[in-house]
Design a protein around this ligand. Sequence first.
Ligand SMILES: Nc1ncnc2c1ncn2[C@@H]1O[C@H](COP(=O)(O)OP(=O)(O)OP(=O)(O)O)[C@@H](O)[C@H]1O
Ligand code: SF4
Ligand SMILES: [Mg+2]
Length: 369
Amino acid sequence: MAKDNHAIENDYTPLAYDPQYILMVNRLKKYFPIKGGMISKTVGYVKAVDGVSFNLRRGTTMGLVGESGCGKTTLGRTVLRLSGGKSGGEVLFNGQEIYDLSAREMRAMRTKMQIIFQDPFSSLSPRLPVGEIIGEAVREHNLVPRNEFNDYIDRVMDNCGLQPFHKDRYPHEFSGGQRQRICIARALALNPEFVVCDEPVSALDVSIQAQIINLLRELQERYKLTYLFISHDLSVVEHISDSVGVMYLGSLVEYGTTDDIFARPLHPYTAALFSAIPIPDPDAKMKRIILRGSIPSPANPPLGCKFHTRCERCMEKCRYAAPDWIEVEPGHFCACHLYNDAAADARAEEAVSAARASGAVPEAETEVL
Ligand SMILES: Nc1ncnc2c1ncn2[C@@H]1O[C@H](COP(=O)(O)OP(=O)(O)OP(=O)(O)O)[C@@H](O)[C@H]1O
Ligand code: SF4
Ligand SMILES: [Mg+2]
């Protein structure tokens, strides 16, 4: 029987709030409709975030890594409710499902959840002086009394390494690193608890990157901030993160503490990704795993394990059955049939039989290039 591509499954067990976590994400989905035909009907979906689950401890940093287009930005924006509606699952912020909030309640919640983008220039209005840029939302939300406003902005600028007497200057008068400091100051001025940092240093010179990373760490310490830190740069992620999530084609394939993930990557995709990190010791030997083929389209992900078309260790069941998300070691999660327990293996066998009975035809493995 042909699969109905237009119905979005929304299967999840609602979470019980655990106060140690500022953010609890449960089977979250964000699908973008693909329109086609004369009357612009939905003919499919780009499954940018496809059933992602993780819990983020208060005051910690979670790194999020994966190839370009795997859904990192969409995940960051969806947990902040910046991408319209979600397509499934839950996002609990301090125990509150943010998608249940009214527009007014969400507006108030916005101060608690902020985002810093990769390109500081395009996210700053060129027509406003930086004092206004930093203070605009503070004023809008009435966060400080009117007579304390100027002092408050000076203090925020100072905390972010900006000279308060520069507040009448415009963004183009600052360097790239200073502009990112302005973006950080703008986010911080709202006194947030949680900040999504989407590639915050990727557009900066290497010499400036460390300064901005150090600033983010100092601010985290001082204000007990929680970060979701998205980056291509695995060395930066290792440096700044307490935990790491590895994303592939809209799904998390592995999640654990930074130490566990870097010392013992479990998932074959993580192993391949991490094998490309340059090692400073010239005597150390590390086998680079070359990923075969290209990343499939999130509009038509492979059946079974989404990574099976590129995996060196692909087994027959991988081509038909999606692996379960299993806690392989305490706090170290992975979705791969190599780590199945007996129950997961039985579920996989059942899924293989059902898929075969339905006539499903999985993608062949990609030719070795
Ligand atoms: N508004 C949108 N409408 C349709 N598709 C979108 C939209 N935003 C993102 N996508 C698609 O969703 C997928 C995930 O994109 P996303 O930008 O989240 O990836 P990413 O991991 O952040 O990539 P990069 O590392 O290049 O920033 C991509 O296939 C992208 O084309
Ligand atoms: S489930 Fe199979 S194809 Fe997927 S990563 Fe594991 S071994 Fe590779
Ligand atoms: Mg991105």
